[in-house]
Write a new protein. Structure first.
Length: 272
């Protein structure tokens, strides 16, 4: 059953060893992660399904069906922060099965996941002050596809939703997503004058719940491309999964000081 759902960013700066002096700038985002982590523990979540946009060369949506994931940040020069998480083999295989024949998701078995999944998973499952409050559940990693459009991702989410809702385990759905990377002249993607409007409209439509999803799907591809976002596909796939549920999204934090739209949101699922 689906217990909760969130949108989180995946900036390496959120890892202190990587972010260094910039880490403190994202204090509000870090605090929001702590709130989500506490909620996941309090709700006794068995499985986290995380949707990431950063698996390279993905012709279609893929599901990583490995029995464990080795989380580390060696690609960012951090060799000290690492953890291992268990994969949910049964449910991940079932998701592929129920998606067919309308969809043909790629089933992979790779212990190395991408940073879009690794950063949120590390922040949400480790560093608990009390061992009793550490996440001891399982993980499923779904990767979006740059070659498939937004409607495809929404429809895929809707197709696998019944299987997740009827599953006996307590499940949290997380979209690992960042909005525009062009919000100011120091942005990693350069400055784009419509980037702020893109973020504002995206957040506005997410807050409308299921009534705003249609607007998200209709986002102008050129606008999203010029804004250099990496969040719409994970957010819309998540929206497809929870679309039939009652929910009231709440922004936990939104930071743009570093020129990137870092949105952290609790989708506010009701007792469905």
């Amino acid at each position: 059953m689906i217990i909760s759902s969130f949108i989180v960013p995946h900036s390496p700066i959120l890892i202190p060893n990587i972010g260094k002096k910039n880490f403190s700038i994202l204090k509000k985002t870090s605090e929001a992660f702590v709130d989500i982590k506490n909620k996941i523990i309090e709700e006794k979540i068995d499985t986290i399904i995380i949707i990431s946009p950063h698996r390279p060369k993905n012709p279609d949506i893929s599901i990583n069906n490995h029995f464990q994931f080795a989380i580390n940040f060696e690609e960012f020069g951090d060799y000290s922060n690492k953890t291992t998480l268990k994969g949910d083999l049964n449910l991940s295989y079932r998701l592929k099965e129920v998606a067919e024949p309308d969809f043909w998701p790629i089933l992979k078995a790779d212990t190395k996941s991408d940073y879009g999944a690794n950063i949120p998973l590390f922040l949400l499952t480790t560093e608990a002050k009390q061992k009793s409050k550490e996440f001891k559940g399982r993980v499923i990693i779904i990767n979006t596809s740059k070659e498939k459009d937004l409607q495809h991702h929404f429809d895929f989410g809707q197709k696998i939703s019944p299987e997740i809702k009827q599953h006996q385990d307590r499940i949290a759905i997380i979209a690992s997503a960042e909005l525009s990377h062009c919000l100011n002249h120091n942005s990693p993607g350069g400055f784009y004058q419509k980037a702020i409007l893109f973020d504002e409209k995206t957040i506005e439509n997410i807050k409308k719940g299921s009534t705003g999803v249609e607007n998200l799907i209709k986002t102008d591809p050129k606008l999203s491309s010029d804004a250099k976002e990496c969040g719409l596909r994970p957010i819309i796939l998540l929206s497809g999964i929870i679309n039939s549920l009652e929910y009231n999204p709440e922004t936990l934090s939104y930071q743009k000081e570093l020129g990137v739209g870092y949105l952290t949101m609790d989708m506010g699922l009701k007792n469905n």
